[in-house]
Design a protein around this ligand. Structure first.
Ligand code: DGL
Length: 272
């Protein structure tokens, strides 16, 4: 882990950069706000590249490394968080190797899920790119040996979360499909814990809970990420003197997102 330069560590206005393909990283921002209410944040959405989940590994890695390189130069954050499972499971190591700023990634919450499941059967919902990553195989081998992990790619949940935050209603069939995708696999009826391995999915957790019915709990990595950011910035001064802002890689800016962004303390948006 590389240290941020001395000036960003001691500058109380140096932001934390939260990066995702779209609005998913807002589920992480909500936890960061609870843990570090005085931290200035820049929220970055690569909406020109959304969705990441249907892209190849090479495409995601190139976008994430290129954009984070340019963004860390321009915004000089004290820390950058890849608030996206797809980007993290593909590109975290590579980005850490090249950027001179501490990077926190998003890891599917398989370890805590394995600790709480009572039936021993865990479901995992992610994007198509995330569910096929060796990163997930390794987490399963390390933390869920002896449990059963059932994976399902649910790309339409990304679309549903994007619509919800724009005040649009999402097709209920999307949530039913995601639940069926796990339930209909062998042992699927015994799932009691579902890992939301895409930062968009906690934004539609209520809808998913209705689709799964009672007896299923959901777990995601956002609180763990916020704790990790707090640990890495321990002792640093923070001054959040004005509302935070968001940058989007694709224009035009969508006014229908403004109320949701304001709910997360983001009053201003720009094209990057
Ligand atoms: N929010 C992203 C994740 O956590 C993915 C959404 C997308 O497909 O771009 O995986």
């Amino acid at each position: 882990m590389k240290a941020a330069s001395r000036d960003t560590e001691s500058d109380p206005r140096a932001p934390i950069l939260l990066f995702d393909s779209g609005v998913g990283g807002l589920s992480v921002l909500a936890e960061v706000r609870k843990t570090l209410p005085r931290a200035p944040v820049i929220y970055a959405a690569d909406n020109a590249g959304l969705p990441y989940g249907t892209k190849s590994e090479a495409e995601v890695a190139a976008r994430v490394a290129g954009l984070l390189g340019r963004m860390t130069e321009r915004f000089r954050p004290r820390l950058a968080c890849i608030a996206c499972n797809t980007a993290s499971t593909i590109a975290l190591g590579m980005v850490r190797d090249v950027l001179h700023v501490p990077i926190v990634g998003t890891v599917p919450a398989i370890k805590p899920a394995a600790a709480i499941t009572e039936t021993g059967v865990i479901g995992l919902l992610g994007t198509a790119a995330t569910v096929r990553q060796a990163y997930v195989d390794n987490l399963e081998a390390e933390f869920a040996a002896g449990k059963r992990l059932i994976r399902h790619a649910a790309p339409r949940l990304v679309e549903a979360a994007e619509a919800k935050l724009r005040g649009q209603s999402a097709d209920p069939a999307i949530f039913a499909e995601a639940a069926r995708g796990l339930r209909e696999q062998p042992d699927g009826e015994r799932i009691d814990t579902v890992v939301l391995a895409c930062t968009h999915f906690p934004l539609v957790q209520d809808e998913l809970a209705s689709a799964f019915g009672p007896g299923v709990g959901f777990i995601d990595g956002a609180a763990g990420i916020a704790r990790r950011i707090a640990f890495l910035t321990q002792g640093q001064p923070f001054a959040r003197s004005h509302s935070d802002y968001a940058v989007f890689t694709g224009g035009p800016l969508d006014p229908s997102l403004a109320p949701a962004l304001a709910g997360y303390g983001i009053e201003r948006a720009e094209i990057f």
